[in-house]
Design a protein. Structure first.
Length: 233
């Protein structure tokens, strides 16, 4: 089942400014925070040095740049999350999709490499691998997609045949070709499967309830199933 939603509801699901969960995602681990903090310190120092070169005439701009650089550690996650939201909002149309879990399996993926030196002074490349959940979903029209996310203990209850819901994005008014999909919600487990929280989950829950039963005609077009071209990611 694929039901178009209005642009207004689309923009509620994917807001212009990063949400709290999106901010937390880009906040990262403590080591990531330290890197941002170091950039802030270096930025402030650079601004002060430039101010010494240009003299008192540079003072008003120096104050502004010092504030921007000094707070980089704080506003950077907001910027990154908002930029990612903008990538979704550039699509003209969105729809609420409901299908079922077709397959679920675990793989081990390479997520990065590090260079280190062993006891003999030799350079060694260490591979960082992570166990990831692969979730394949499809609907009655044959449309299917795959989402990969870090493996969590809560994922153990996912099984083929369970209902799955998500938001899809397209540049076609009839949603005939899906360009991007959101994180996936499993209603029976009250569980989200995602690497990045694309949509506002409270708004999504409201959309799901309305489209399942008491649907507001002003918010949504006439309820209809749209046939989409099959795609697997």
């Amino acid at each position: 089942m694929l039901i178009p939603i209005t642009r207004e509801k689309f923009e509620q699901l994917v807001p212009f400014i990063a949400t709290g969960p999106q901010y937390a995602y880009y906040w990262g681990k403590f080591s990531v925070f330290l890197k941002r903090l170091l950039i802030s310190i270096v930025g402030v120092v650079v601004v002060l040095l430039v101010g010494l070169v240009f003299g008192e005439g540079f003072n008003p701009l120096r104050l502004l740049l010092s504030i921007v650089a000094g707070l980089y550690w704080w506003w950077c996650p907001v910027y990154l999350g908002s930029r990612r939201n903008a990538e979704c909002r550039r699509y003209k149309y969105a729809g609420f999709w409901r299908g079922e879990v077709a397959d679920v399996y675990v793989t081990e993926e390479l997520i990065g490499t590090e260079e280190t030196v062993n006891n003999r002074g030799e350079l060694v490349i260490v591979e960082n691998r992570e166990r990831r959940l692969n979730l394949e979903v499809e609907d009655e029209t044959g449309f299917g997609t795959r989402l990969q996310a870090p493996l969590r203990r809560t994922h153990k209850g996912i099984a083929p045949g369970q209902i799955a819901e998500m938001v899809v994005f397209s540049n076609q008014a009839d949603l005939g070709r899906i360009a991007q999909t959101s994180d996936i919600y499993i209603p029976s487990l009250n569980l989200w499967v995602s690497d990045y929280p694309v949509v506002q989950r409270d708004v999504f829950a409201q959309v799901s309830r309305q489209l399942s039963g008491t649907r507001d005609a002003e918010d949504y077009p006439a309820k209809r199933v749209v046939k989409t071209k099959r795609r697997r990611r």
